[in-house]
Design a binder for this molecule. Structure first.
Ligand code: IMP
Ligand code: MG
Length: 182
C-alpha cells in the first residue's frame, strides 16, 4: 500500500547546503590522513554519493550492509553483517556514513566491530539524527539535521523499501512513529 508524504521535512536545497558544509569539515579534519569512508547500505547510498563528491581528499570508499534481527521498524540491537568491508582499515581513519541514527544500537555495534581491526580512528557522519530515540550513548561527529521522533523517508531512507529515491526527506502521512509497522 502506498502512503502519501504528509510533508517535506527537509528540502533538497537545505540538504545540499548542509552536505557541502559537512564535506568542508571532513576535508579540513582529515587532510593528510588515510581516510576510508564507509557507507552503511542501503540507506546511506544517496547521502554518501553527494557527500564524497564534495570532499576534496583522496578518500577510499567502501560499504557495509547490516540487517537487524526482528521487525523492520523496531531496532533490536542485534545486528547481522550482511556485507562486510572489502578494504583493510588497519592504520587508517574510518568515517562511517549513515542515513539516520535512531536508537544508536546499529552504530554502537558497527563502531565496536570496526575498532577491533586496528584503525587509527572510527567516527560517524549521519545525515539525520533522532536525539529523542537514543537507547545507547553514541557520539555522532558530523550531523546533518536533528529530526523529531517521526518516521521519515526519502534521500535514501525507505519505508518497506519504497521512497528511497525522493530528493528530499519527508514524513509519511499515516505513519506516526517508527513503532507502527505495516
Ligand atoms: P538504530 O540502530 O535504531 O540507530 O537504527 C538505525 C537504522 O534504522 C537506520 O539506519 C535506518 O535504516 C533505520 N531507521 C531508523 N529510523 C528511521 C526512519 O525514521 N526512517 C527510515 N529508517 C529509519
Ligand atoms: Mg540504515
Amino acid at each position: 500500500m502506498d502512503r502519501e508524504i504528509k510533508k517535506a521535512l527537509i528540502g533538497r536545497e537545505e540538504i545540499s547546503a548542509r552536505t557541502a558544509e559537512i564535506a568542508e569539515e571532513i576535508t579540513r579534519d582529515y587532510r593528510g590522513r588515510d581516510l576510508v569512508m564507509v557507507g552503511v547500505l542501503k540507506g546511506a547510498f544517496v547521502f554518501l554519493a553527494d557527500l564524497v563528491r564534495r570532499v576534496e581528499l583522496p578518500v577510499e570508499i567502501d560499504f557495509v550492509a547490516v540487517s537487524s534481527y526482528g521487525s523492520d521498524t523496531e531496532s533490536s540491537g542485534v545486528v547481522k553483517i550482511v556485507k562486510d568491508l572489502d578494504l583493510e582499515i588497519e592504520g587508517k581513519h574510518v568515517l562511517l556514513v549513515e542515513d539516520i541514527v535512531d536508537t544508536g544500537l546499529t552504530m554502537k555495534y558497527l563502531t565496536g566491530m570496526l575498532r577491533e581491526r586496528g584503525p587509527v580512528s572510527v567516527e560517524i557522519c549521519a545525515l539525520l539524527n533522532k536525539p529523542g530515540a537514543r537507547k545507547v550513548e553514541i557520539e555522532v561527529k558530523y550531523r546533518g539535521f536533528d529530526v523529531p521522533p517521526l518516521f521519515v523517508v526519502g534521500y535514501g531512507l525507505d519505508y518497506a523499501e519504497k521512497y528511497r529515491q525522493l530528493p528530499y526527506v519527508g514524513v509519511l502521512g499515516a505513519v506516526e512513529g517508527r513503532n507502527e509497522t505495516s
